[in-house]
Design a protein around this ligand. Structure first.
Ligand SMILES: Nc1ncnc2c1ncn2[C@@H]1O[C@H](COP(=O)(O)OP(=O)(O)O)[C@@H](O)[C@H]1O
Ligand SMILES: [Mg+2]
Length: 383
């Protein structure tokens, strides 16, 4: 008999985990997600849903009672409640790791204590504290919220003295920290996995292009030397050794001007920069996560085809129901997430352009540019 898998969060990541789980019915017989949005993306592809906030204690206990194994696709679940239900259900990655990662300041401290390179940082306790600490780094600097940040909605770059107060005030009393601005050459990431037996596997290094702090495109493999890829892999493995728990982790990094690797942040879950694996690799990151938490052998992580993933984001000037998106092009795989409404910068879907004919990354980039220009998110009311 397969197990009942509980997932906190039923957005696109929960949806793609559900799809992967449905391909292993002998291991997983049922999927239940906890998500506040009625008929969330995961529910649309066959997960049962508990409709409740990610932090709702009763709902988390209910999910734990109904599940054999519990995991999450978002970091904002209630890690204290998760810790309290560890005796009822196996939770991976561990709530302890989730608790560390949920607070970016604690996350940074633990990485730094373990000699994993991160940008220098300071805890900030007040406006005057901020003013006093900025000279340690000089302008520009980044002011960041410690908790519940995503897609750049938790970071402000302060460029000059005159911007300090408004940046501070805009965070409205939230706990903050200050980070040195890194003039990086490239942003990259490693999708790493550890199974419950402690075995670790990493996918090849990918390159991430952000626009306005939100991931726009992932290029697999990253356009760096093999020495840099190898260095990033070693940093990823050391990072995995610091964190506890099984599952897939998305490890975001910077490549500095000196070709050093610095960790930006870690996600204890499947990651947007791993969506290329749906077509590029023998094992998708979603299957890999399930293999990891089920204690199976990890799958092959080799990159079979050069692939570029491009995110389809809601346009800035429009909120509402939108017309279906279509792409007709060879070796291009569109994945829409079933979200009924577009909102500015909302992740609505992505497409992968796959180099099945041995195309190099430059050629794939040309194809991405053509396709992205042909996609329009427009209101269903516009005829
Ligand atoms: N110290 C830094 N120096 C320069 N750019 C940064 C720094 N920290 C973050 N960024 C930029 O902001 C983006 C979002 O920041 P991140 O800390 O990853 O927050 P989020 O949780 O929103 O993903 C990063 O991908 C990077 O482009
Ligand atoms: Mg990030």
């Amino acid at each position: 008999m397969g197990k009942v898998l509980g997932i906190i969060g039923g957005g696109q990541l929960g949806m793609m985990l559900t799809e992967a789980a449905k391909k292993m019915p002998e291991k997983i017989s049922k999927i239940i997600v906890l998500d506040p949005t009625l008929n969330c993306p995961a529910a649309k592809v066959g997960a049962q849903q508990i409709v409740a906030s990610f932090k709702d204690e009763n709902a988390i206990v209910d999910l734990a009672n109904q599940s054999d194994i519990l995991t999450y696709e978002i970091e904002s679940g209630n890690s204290k409640v998760l810790k309290s239900v560890e005796d009822k259900v196996e939770i991976n990655p561990s709530p302890e790791t989730l608790q560390i990662i949920q607070d970016k300041l604690i996350q940074k401290k633990i990485l730094a204590e373990n000699n994993i390179p991160v940008a220098d940082f300071f805890e900030i306790e007040s406006l005057s504290d901020l003013k006093n600490k900025i000279p340690n780094f000089g302008f520009p600097v980044l002011l960041k919220v410690r908790r519940d940040a995503y897609d750049g909605r938790g970071n402000i770059k302060i460029n000059s003295e005159s911007e300090i107060k408004s940046a501070y005030d805009s965070f409205d009393g939230k706990s903050l920290f200050l980070e040195k601005f890194i003039d990086f050459k490239m942003e990259v990431s490693v999708i790493a996995a550890r199974n419950t037996k402690g075995e670790i596997a990493t996918y090849p290094l990918v390159e991430n292009i952000h626009e306005e702090n939100i991931l726009r495109m992932t290029i697999a493999p990253a356009r760096v030397s093999s020495a840099i890829s190898e260095k990033a892999k070693q940093v990823a493995i050391r990072t995995m050794e610091v964190l506890k728990g099984a599952g897939v982790f998305g490890i975001e990094m910077f490549v500095t001007e000196n070709n050093d690797i610095m960790i930006n942040e870690i996600a204890p879950r499947v990651h947007n920069s791993g969506h290329h694996t749906l077509q590029s690799s023998k094992t998708t990151q979603f299957e890999q996560h399930l293999r990891a938490i089920l204690g199976l052998e990890l799958g092959n992580t080799e990159l079979v085809y050069h692939t570029i993933m491009y995110n389809i984001l809601g346009p800035k000037d429009f909120t509402g129901k939108y017309k279906p998106v279509k792409i007709e092009s060879d070796n291009v795989f569109l994945k829409m997430y079933g979200k009924e409404e577009s909102k500015p910068k909302r992740k609505l879907g992505h497409f992968n352009v796959v180099g099945r004919n041995n195309e190099n990354v430059d050629h794939l980039l040309e194809r991405v540019n053509k396709i992205k220009n042909s996609i329009q998110i427009v209101s269903i009311n516009n005829s």
